[in-house]
Design a protein around this ligand. Structure first.
Ligand code: AGP
Length: 605
């Protein structure tokens, strides 16, 4: 979704902003633009298309200036065209916006803006309202405007008569800011800040920040100076580059052993899972009567694996709710419900809103988040960070498996807190969890074999993925991955449900991916596989390497997974499914990292 950058200092703002917009491309966008505030006044360059098109546009005039704002737009209000691209200008005001202004129609009417706006966007209306209130005091204009807005917004604003200054304000939609060697920078995303500094802060909601070459000042809406809470990014710039791989998705798949280790190891002390660094009291894990996981997409699929683990090992009820549906089902959460919010970005608006609702109901909460200081992390009572480093590919891979790693740790700590396991059981579990990185490396070393297997579904129009229990949960994620990056229609189906209708769709042209990793489900799953084979389907099977297949001549395409305890087989199987999706997309010649219409960070409902 929309990316925001602002820079002011002693250097060429245009180059800094264009480079930053390229770093923000992964968020998903359809137009890009910059505005420079310099000696020649405010100059705007914007167009529908890629950042490289914007770069070409700027190259023609090579505008100079040391203060500017830049934006990548993911269209919500108004189609994809040059006029609707940001920055927007009205009178003396130029701004960029991320979020949705819900009452923009009322504001248009109230301030008589009909026929005076150049675009169809809600954002331009904000510029017009700011212009109306601007009397030379930017703080007062921003304060008065913000009080009129309904909705979500991250705004970076230039005032024609305030040279060298960028003002910003936000509600829900994120803005991070930092001081650089010779000025200051702000962005929707830490990724754009990392090339300059590792120290940054997350702007609090309803505060006004002013960036200048002298540094950063922040005020609350009553005009009182506010203190800045600095954070440190714990990844370096190299983590944000492709490191020799053709796509970030491949790099991120390959990084999994390392980042899983970095997620697990600091949280195992004396051979036991430990959340003392996070300050999580055992009581929160021992006293809850049920758990409600809220998340979207891949993060929700991680939650489904967590549900299987916790219900099987702890014996308490776990609901996994799509955050985007949470509010529409009269959610039942209370003080006895531990809410676990899972999110890579920590900014997914549906997850954030659901979490806020649950907290109002008195639920204790833990979030599992990748991006430090993100809104979901701040909105929850406790946070466990996945140490996955920046995830740039839209398709989530390493964030998913590190989320799983945290869920394995939570399960074990919960068992400890409730006195459910013997010392030996706990030790065996931790030992198996610690094996995950090495087992994953084993799978990754067979990448070429997975590439060959991916070729068996390359030309398919539809793919089914079948399994039961944990295998089904893994396949929901595997299927999402394939759809996302290859555009092949794929459905994960609980194999027992096939006979209730969907088996009618199985033909010799419908490849079926089957995962069989759970001893207790194996015979039923193999029967279901035979059923689809009888209807002509070609099956690509993922099964443990020690399993004997009685009629193995039926299986031309089998991937043998390294053996782990059943509860952990999710990890090696997931890597194979991620690579299948990746190679299909690669061999189709698609833009693997930036699938069409998708955004990495979903900050609008
Ligand atoms: C995953 O491949 C997708 N890009 C998507 O489903 C994602 O997991 C979802 O939008 C949730 O994002 P979050 O983890 O940042 O909250």
């Amino acid at each position: 979704m929309c990316g925001i950058i602002g820079y002011t200092g002693k250097n060429d703002a245009k180059e800094i902003m264009l480079d930053a917009l390229e770093l923000l491309e992964y968020r998903g966008y359809d137009s890009a633009g910059i505005a420079l505030l310099g000696e020649e006044g405010t100059r705007i360059y914007k167009r529908a298309g890629r950042v490289k098109d914007l770069r070409d546009l700027c190259a023609k005039e090579d505008p100079k200036g040391c203060c500017g704002i830049g934006h990548t737009r993911w269209a919500t209000h108004g189609g994809v065209c040059d006029e609707n691209a940001h920055p927007h200008r009205f009178g003396r005001i130029t701004l960029i916006h991320n979020g949705i202004i819900e009452n923009y129609r009322e504001l248009t009417e109230k301030y008589g803006l009909e026929g005076k706006l150049a675009s169809e966007t809600d954002s331009e209306v904000v510029a017009a309202v700011l212009e109306r209130f601007y009397d030379g005091d930017p703080y007062s204009a921003i304060r008065r405007t913000v009080l009129k807005l309904k909705g979500t917004f991250a705004l970076a604003i230039l005032f024609d008569d305030q040279p060298g200054k960028i003002f910003a304000v936000r509600n829900v939609s994120p803005i991070v800011a930092a001081a650089t060697k010779d000025g200051a920078i702000l962005s929707s995303d830490v990724a754009a800040i990392v090339p300059f500094t590792t120290d940054y802060f997350v702007m609090p909601e309803f505060h006004v920040v002013c960036l200048s070459a002298d540094g950063i000042e922040m005020f609350d809406l009553s005009g009182d100076k506010a203190q800045i809470d600095w954070l440190k990014v714990d990844w370096d710039v190299s983590r944000s580059s492709k490191g020799g791989y053709p796509f970030f998705m491949e790099k991120e798949i390959m990084e999994q052993p390392q980042v899983i280790e970095e997620t697990i190891l600091p949280r195992i002390k004396d051979g036991k899972p430990d959340f003392s660094e996070e300050g999580i009291p055992d009581q929160i894990l021992s006293d809850c009567k049920r758990i409600c996981v809220i998340a979207c997409g891949t993060a929700m699929h991680a939650g489904l694996v967590g549900k299987s683990l916790i219900q099987a090992m702890i014996g308490i009820h776990v609901d996994v709710v799509m955050a985007s549906e949470f509010m529409y089902n009269d959610p039942i959460v209370d003080k006895e419900t531990l809410v676990i919010a899972i999110s890579q970005s920590g900014e997914t608006i549906d997850t954030l809103e659901a979490l806020k609702f649950a907290r109002k109901c008195g639920s204790p909460s833990i979030s599992i988040v990748n991006v430090k200081g993100a809104s979901i992390a701040r909105a929850s009572e406790y946070v466990i960070y996945t140490n996955a480093g920046p995830e740039i590919a839209v398709a989530s891979t390493k964030a998913y498996t590190t989320q799983l790693a945290v869920l394995y740790l939570i399960t074990a700590r919960m068992a400890m807190a409730r006195g459910l396991w013997s010392e030996q059981e706990l030790a065996d579990y931790v030992k198996e969890l610690s094996r995950v990185p090495r087992v994953m490396e084993e799978v990754l070393s067979q990448k070429e074999e997975i590439h060959r297997l991916a070729g068996t579904i390359l030309n398919a129009k539809d793919v089914f993925m079948i399994g039961r229990g944990l295998d089904y949960s893994i396949l929901l994620e595997g299927s999402l991955k394939l759809k996302e990056v290859s555009y092949i229609h794929s459905e994960a189906y609980a194999s027992g449900e096939l006979k209730h209708g969907t088996i009618a769709l199985i033909t010799e042209d419908t490849p079926v991916v089957a995962v069989v990793t759970q001893d207790k489900l194996k015979s039923k799953e193999l029967s279901n596989i035979r059923e689809v084979q009888s209807r002509g389907a070609r099956v690509l099977l993922l099964i443990k390497e020690n399993e004997v297949l009685e009629d193995d001549e039926r299986f031309a395409n089998v991937f043998r997974l390294p053996v782990m305890a059943d509860a952990f087989m999710v990890m090696p199987a997931s890597v194979v499914l991620q690579f299948i999706a990746y190679f299909v997309s690669l061999d189709k010649g698609l833009d693997v990292d930036k699938p069409r219409n998708l955004a990495k960070v979903v900050t609008v409902e």
